[in-house]
Design a protein around this ligand. Structure first.
Ligand SMILES: [Mn+2]
Length: 324
């Protein structure tokens, strides 16, 4: 659906329905959570009954948006007339196992996303633009015309949420997914009061000393393969236990080694439990999405991830043969 058709359909749904449930992918990130909170505030302005339900509470990185207490982590009751809005993901499984019934219950689904290859979903209207920097940029397109009519404090909260999501997904405007429209949207958000410095500090400069120590241990594990074209590094359960930190703090560690200076593919492996690994793949030009898909994961062409339940040695050797 194009933007205008989508806006028209959404506004009809808002006119005819009272309850809206917002959700994003598991291991929610700044973009998913920012988009969720902006739409939450938007729908509240229409007097709607709105709930956010995610697989888990937002990470500590997003604490500055003050939405932790508003995010539920279980479905409880599901009104069959509730509209379910899925943000920043395009396939049902990505919501996390426990919450799948939310998307298969027969309720009307609304999908807003910027990832490639959307899964066909029944009873679903979609606004998908894989050229957009982020889901937050798309949410701004949807609500842009209404925003001037909202009270200033609401404008400001929405602006900060959307701006945060955009800088999260663009790595503060450094990624290739930035377009003139991204800057245009951010100019508006800044004018609405989004504090760019605050959002940057909270999202990118928020590490505690213990986290830096864990990062140091993680980085010291870097190994080179295939003549240095592939590098791998990992955070083990032992490192986590010694640091006393939860695995969530390592969420951003995959961005600390860049695919540059001859490194074609960067593989970051996190040990989540016995023989259970979360793997993040990044490249500057090779299609790592294909490799993630081989392990039933997904993401973007140049940045993807998957989970694997196998011995670490087997995981590494499979990856290295796929990355030949
Ligand atoms: Mn996103």
């Amino acid at each position: 659906m194009n933007l205008n058709e989508f806006k028209e359909t959404l506004s009809k749904l808002i006119g005819s329905h009272e309850t809206f449930i917002l959700t994003t992918h598991e291991n929610s990130d700044g973009d998913g959570v920012g988009a969720e909170y902006a739409l939450y505030l938007y729908l509240e302005m229409f007097g709607k009954n709105v709930r956010m339900i995610n697989n888990e509470k937002p990470s500590s990185q997003c604490e500055f948006l003050h939405i932790g207490s508003k995010v539920h982590t279980s479905i409880e009751t599901l009104d069959k007339n509730a509209i379910i809005i899925m943000l920043d993901f395009n396939e049902i499984n990505r919501i996390g196992k426990r919450l799948i019934p939310l998307l298969t219950s027969g309720n009307q689904i609304v999908r807003i996303d910027h990832h490639k290859k959307p899964e066909p979903i029944s009873i679903c209207i979609s606004y998908i633009d894989d050229t957009a920097s982020s889901t937050c940029e798309l949410v701004f397109n949807i609500i842009e015309d209404d925003l001037p009519h909202f009270p200033e404090d609401v404008q400001k909260k929405i602006a900060l949420a959307l701006y945060s999501g955009i800088i999260f997904d663009t790595n503060n405007f450094a990624n290739k997914n930035v377009s003139p429209r991204t800057f245009e949207v951010c100019a508006h958000l800044n004018a609405y009061g989004a504090d760019n410095h605050l959002a940057y500090k909270k999202l990118f400069e928020n590490r505690k000393t213990k986290e830096l120590q864990l990062l140091g241990l993680t980085l010291s594990s870097i190994e080179e393969f295939h003549n240095g074209k592939v590098v791998m590094y990992s955070t083990t359960q032992k490192m986590l236990q010694d640091s006393g930190l939860p695995i969530e703090v390592t969420e951003g560690f995959s961005k600390d080694v860049k695919p540059t200076n001859g490194r074609e593919v960067v593989v970051y492996i996190r040990e989540a439990g016995k023989d259970i690994y979360r793997v993040s793949l990044r490249s500057s030009y090779r299609n790592v999405q294909k490799i993630a898909e081989y392990f039933d994961g997904g993401g973007h062409v140049l940045a993807s991830g998957f989970r694997a339940k196998m011995k670490l040695a087997d995981l590494k050797s499979k990856l290295l043969s796929l990355l030949k």
